[in-house]
Write a new protein. Structure first.
Length: 179
């Protein structure tokens, strides 16, 4: 699935919020090579400030960070009245109990560290493409692109290797890369 590409030049940006500079740089580099617009943030406070300044289609969010962690970031994100709401993908090495603390409906998918970078890039690109389809439909434009399943809330396409959620409203969990 490495041949996924963005289907529009619409300014749909991705915000990468992770305190680990190596992971942040890797994610940004891989996504930029796919032609995506990416902004890095080193912690949740910086990410929230960036989110206040411009809209983002997709947010990649680490849970364990200094200053404002991923949980507080999600609480503050919920308080913002963003339309449309960004797709939030949590990337974390946290255990199951930490995932259960996430507010229902606040996260589209959970990607466990370590992750397969190309599979994650495919997922982010598919999320951006789903936003492009929504934008085209809202503008009344017909599209020739294949339709992704879209609900009232923006949701992430489910990866083939993801684990089904325990409850219907829980996000899928993508297992750690075992290679």
């Amino acid at each position: 699935m490495n041949d996924v590409t963005v289907t529009s030049s619409t300014d749909l940006r991705i915000l990468v919020v992770d305190d680990d500079q190596a992971i942040r740089n890797l994610l940004c580099a891989v996504l930029r090579r796919r032609g995506l617009e990416v902004d890095p943030a080193g912690n949740g406070a910086e990410g929230l400030a960036m989110l206040a300044a411009r809209p983002y289609a997709v947010i990649l969010l680490d849970l364990m960070m200094p200053l404002v962690d991923g949980h507080l970031f999600l609480q503050r994100l919920a308080e913002l009245e963003l339309d449309p709401r960004p797709i939030v993908l949590v990337i974390s090495a946290s255990d199951e109990s930490d995932f259960r603390k996430l507010a229902r409906g606040s996260v589209s998918a959970i990607i466990r560290k370590p992750f397969d970078i190309m599979e994650l890039a495919d997922l982010v690109t598919a999320c951006v493409n789903s936003c492009v389809v929504e934008s085209d439909e809202a503008a009344g434009e017909a599209t020739q692109r294949p339709r992704l399943p879209i609900t009232g809330e923006r949701t992430a396409p489910v990866l083939s290797s993801s684990v089904a959620p325990e409850k219907p409203d829980d996000p899928p969990i993508v297992p750690r890369d075992r290679s």
